[in-house]
Design a binder for this molecule. Structure first.
Ligand code: R5P
Length: 296
């Protein structure tokens, strides 16, 4: 699309950010017309009491190998599980490092085929829906590289998961995966989130941005959660989570900003308080420091 056309359209955009998105019949945005199995699985990922979720992302190894903080998933992850609502990981992590007695829903990383050594957007779907169900997945997920070198293939991966998931009542999380050359601004994230929703994903993981995150959420007619991204100082990560929730996100799917914190369990608990209790960033940072100190 010519840039001039994009600009002229931008002038006409109105996201009505002050008008709530009605969710008749079910507590999650855009999910009222799903069938029982889909709703039931989504109600495991998102707490029906407040419609929010703290997802713990530790799928980084599928592209990055033994990522700092989760070199030993068997040691790093179990202490965090009581503080989160949901696990987001690969089937390899589940079957090797997570006790099956853990009764938390799993969003299963189902894309594969790329590593940091090559082009990240060049993925396929590596997990069948049958295997996802064997792992008792509450949802499946893949990266969506809108604007990336393998944009079409990654969006075809999303469509494949949605089509297969629809057969079995398994929702799909579409992850906005920003290529190295792209900017994480509201215009890009809004475009990606909207494409992901229109292709049938049931929820979207994106990044927080300033300004305009509220417009990213308003233009994406499915629930939106944020990734944490690169490690930030704990106070900044808590403030980012607070601002995202305040502007319409319904949770986080956070990895490095939890498992690379000085005290990962304290950080998971503080993030939980921000997401579910609306704790302000300064109080959440105080809580983090108190919990961190208590564990010494
Ligand atoms: C990326 O490879 C994965 O989708 C991660 O799950 C995602 O980036 C969230 O992790 P973090 O909060 O560390 O960015």
């Amino acid at each position: 699309m010519p840039d001039a056309q994009v600009k002229s359209e931008d002038k006409a955009k109105d996201f009505f950010v002050d008008v709530p998105f009605e969710t008749p019949g079910f507590f999650l945005k855009g999910s009222a017309h799903l069938d029982w199995g889909m709703k039931n699985r989504l109600a495991r990922v998102f707490d029906p009491k407040d419609g929010r979720t703290v997802m713990l992302a530790f799928d980084h190894g599928y592209i990055m190998g033994p990522t700092s903080g989760i070199e030993r998933m068997d040691l790093a992850i179990p202490p965090l599980i009581p503080h989160v609502d949901c696990l987001m990981c690969t089937r390899g992590a589940l079957k090797t490092c997570i006790p099956p007695e853990v009764n938390k829903p799993v969003v299963l990383r189902s894309s594969a085929g790329a590593t940091i050594l090559k082009e990240l957007s060049n993925e396929v779907i590596g997990v069948t829906l049958e295997d996802a169900l064997r792992f008792n997945a509450a949802a499946v997920t893949c990266q969506c590289y809108v604007g990336g070198p393998f944009e079409k293939e990654s969006l075809a991966n999303l469509c494949h998961l949605v089509n297969e998931g629809n057969r079995y009542g398994v929702p799909t999380l579409g992850v906005t995966a920003v290529g190295r050359e792209l900017v994480r601004d509201a215009r890009y994230l809004g475009l990606a989130g909207r494409v992901i929703a229109e292709l049938g994903a049931h929820f979207n993981k994106t990044y927080y941005c300033e300004p305009g995150f509220d417009e990213v959420v308003a233009g994406t007619p499915i629930p939106v959660v944020i990734a944490g991204g690169k490690k930030l100082p704990e106070a900044e990560a808590l403030a980012m989570a607070y601002k995202a929730i305040d502007q319409g996100a319904v949770g986080v799917d956070m990895g490095r900003n939890i498992f690379l914190a000085d005290s990962p369990p304290a950080m998971a608990a503080a993030i939980r308080a921000v997401v579910h209790d609306g704790l302000k960033p300064d109080k959440a940072f105080q809580m983090y420091n108190d919990l961190k100190g208590a564990k010494k």
